[in-house]
Design a protein around this ligand. Structure first.
Ligand code: TYD
Ligand code: MG
Length: 454
C-alpha cells in the first residue's frame, strides 16, 4: 500500500501545507497549523465509478425563468448587506469575535424572516433550547414562529432538516458541529470543513438557505471561519469594538450582491437595533473643532458615511517612537508619514503618533489619506481645521492628490449633515457640492501651505 502522506492545514485561514511549521505562511498567524485527519479513500476500483451527470449548453438555459424571489427580513441594514434580501438555497457564513452579538443578530433575523413567511429553524450547538427561548423572550421575540433545536451531531441535524424542510436554517455555530464520519474533535479544521461542506451541499440540493455562525479564534485547535469562506456564497463579518455599542455587519464576499456593503447596528439592552443614519451616529460625540480631529466623508459599500479621524502627537520618551492605529491601516499611516516628511519637509521622527477612527468603524478606503494627513498635521501644529469641514482624497507617493470615486455622494452627505465646506483634490470634475465651499488642491504641499501656513 502506498504510504499515506500527512497533510497539514492552518486553522485560521485554511491554507494547506505538506509539513508542519510554527507560523502559517498564508496568514502569518503562529501556532495555527494542525495535522489533517485523512478522509477514507473509498473502495478501490478501476473505473471512475461515478454516475453520469448532465451538461447543458449555456444557451439551453432558459432566460425566461425569473430569478427566485429574495425574502426581505424587514431589517434594512441586514437586507442591504445580503444584497437586497435572502436568496433561496444560499449558504451564508457569519463570522465574528466571540461575544460580539452573532447569536443575538441571527435570532433576531430568524424571527424577522419567520414573520416574513419563511419556515425557519434555529439550531444551537452552544445553548439549550430553553436558553435560546429565554434570550428570545428578552428580545421580545417569543411569539415569532421559529423552531428551535439544540443539537451538535451533523447527521441528526440533517435528518431533522430533511423532516422539517424549512426554508431557512441557522446553525450556531459551525465549530460545535460534529460529523461522525470524521475522526477528529469538534472544532478542528477537518470537522469544520466537513460540516460546512455537508451543510452547503444540503442547502443546494434541498433548496434550503443555511446560515452558519463561525467564531473568530486565536488558538490553533479550533478552526476559524476563514476555513470555510470559499465554500459559501456569502461571507459576512460582524465586527465592533467591545467597549462601543456599535456593531457593523460587513459583506466581504457575496455572490448575490455587492461586497463591502455594511449594515450598522447598536447593541442595546433589548438586542440589536438598526442604525439608519450612521453618519449622525459616528459624529454624535463630536464637540467644538479641536486639533487633531478631522471629519472624513467616506463610502462604505453603496452608502456615504461620515467618520471622525482623531490624531494625537506627543514627544516620544522611547528610542523608537510609537505608531499606534485603531480603525485604519498601519502601513498606510507609515506611508503618509513618509510622504509628509519627504515631500513637505515635515518630520515626525521622535514623535509618538496615535491615530483613531471614532465610533469603532474600520476605514479601508485610500480616499481617507488626505483626512489622515490633515489630522496628523492638525495635531502636530496644534491647530484645528476650519469648523464644519469634511476632507477626502487619495495621496500618491509623489505627494500629488488624486481624485476619488463618488465625490458627489460624499459631498451630498456632508451637506445633509450640516457641513459647510470641503477639502478635496483638484483633479477630476467635482459636482454636487453646490451648497459647500470647496477648497481644492493639486498636491499635499499646496494643502499644507494654505491650511497650516507651513
Ligand atoms: P451573543 O449574541 O451571545 O454573542 P456571540 O454569539 O457573538 O458570541 O452576544 C453576547 C453579548 O451581547 C453579551 O455580552 C451581552 C450582549 N447583549 C446585549 O447587550 N443585549 C442583549 O439584548 C443581548 C441578547 C445581548
Ligand atoms: Mg453565540
Amino acid at each position: 500500500m502506498a504510504k499515506q502522506n500527512k497533510t497539514f492545514s492552518c486553522s485560521a485561514c485554511g491554507s494547506s501545507f505538506t509539513k508542519w511549521s510554527g507560523r502559517c505562511d498564508g496568514c502569518g498567524e503562529w501556532n495555527t497549523i494542525v495535522e489533517d485527519t485523512p478522509l477514507s479513500a473509498g473502495p478501490a476500483s478501476k473505473s471512475l465509478g461515478g454516475q453520469r451527470g448532465s451538461a447543458l449548453e449555456l444557451t439551453d438555459l432558459s432566460t425566461e425563468e425569473a430569478p427566485p424571489p429574495r425574502t426581505q427580513s424587514g431589517l434594512d441594514e441586514l437586507d442591504r448587506v445580503l444584497g437586497g434580501g435572502l436568496v433561496p438555497a444560499s449558504a451564508i457564513l457569519v463570522g465574528g469575535d466571540p461575544g460580539i452579538g452573532k447569536s443575538t443578530l441571527l435570532l433576531q433575523a430568524a424571527a424577522r424572516f419567520a414573520q416574513a413567511g419563511l419556515k425557519t429553524i434555529y439550531v444551537s450547538g452552544e445553548e439549550a433550547s430553553a436558553q435560546v427561548r429565554m434570550r428570545a423572550q428578552r428580545l421580545g421575540l417569543s411569539d415569532a414562529p421559529v423552531k428551535l433545536a439544540a443539537e451538535t451531531n451533523l447527521r441528526n441535524i440533517l435528518t431533522t432538516l430533511e423532516a422539517e424542510m424549512p426554508q431557512l436554517a441557522i446553525i450556531d455555530s459551525i465549530q460545535t458541529m460534529w460529523a461522525d464520519n470524521v475522526d477528529s474533535a469538534p472544532g478542528s479544521v477537518s470537522q469544520v470543513r466537513a460540516a460546512a461542506h455537508e451543510l452547503t451541499n444540503f442547502a443546494k440540493r434541498k433548496g434550503i438557505s443555511i446560515v452558519m455562525v463561525g467564531h473568530v479564534t486565536k488558538e490553533g485547535q479550533i478552526a476559524g471561519p476563514r476555513v470555510v469562506e470559499h465554500m459559501v456564497d456569502t461571507v459576512l463579518y460582524f465586527e465592533g469594538e467591545r467597549g462601543h455599542q456599535f456593531r457593523i455587519l460587513r459583506a466581504v464576499k457575496n455572490r448575490f450582491g455587492p461586497a463591502d456593503e455594511i449594515g450598522v447596528f447598536e447593541m442595546t439592552g433589548g438586542g440589536l437595533s438598526e442604525v439608519i443614519n450612521p453618519s449622525a451616529l459616528f459624529l454624535s460625540e463630536r464637540g467644538e473643532p479641536s486639533p487633531g480631529s478631522v471629519v472624513f466623508s467616506g463610502i462604505e459599500g453603496t452608502r456615504p458615511v461620515l467618520v471622525e479621524f482623531q490624531a494625537l502627537i506627543a514627544p516620544s520618551p522611547h528610542a523608537q517612537a510609537r505608531r499606534s492605529v485603531v480603525g485604519w491601516d498601519a502601513s498606510r499611516l507609515a506611508m503618509i508619514l513618509a510622504v509628509l516628511e519627504a515631500r513637505c519637509g515635515i518630520p515626525f521622527a521622535g514623535l509618538d503618533v496615535y491615530l483613531n477612527v471614532a465610533g469603532g468603524l474600520k476605514v479601508r478606503e485610500p480616499a481617507a489619506d488626505l483626512a489622515v494627513a490633515a489630522a496628523l498635521l492638525s495635531a502636530r501644529e496644534d491647530a484645528a481645521l476650519p469648523a464644519d469641514t469634511v476632507v477626502f482624497g487619495e495621496i500618491s507617493l509623489s505627494g500629488a492628490l488624486r481624485p476619488v470615486g463618488q465625490g458627489e455622494n460624499r459631498l451630498k452627505e456632508a451637506q445633509k449633515l450640516g457641513f459647510t465646506s470641503a477639502i478635496v483634490p483638484s483633479g477630476g470634475k467635482i459636482t454636487g457640492g453646490d451648497g459647500l465651499t470647496l477648497r481644492s488642491y493639486a498636491d499635499l504641499t499646496a494643502f499644507v501651505g494654505d491650511i497650516f501656513g507651513a
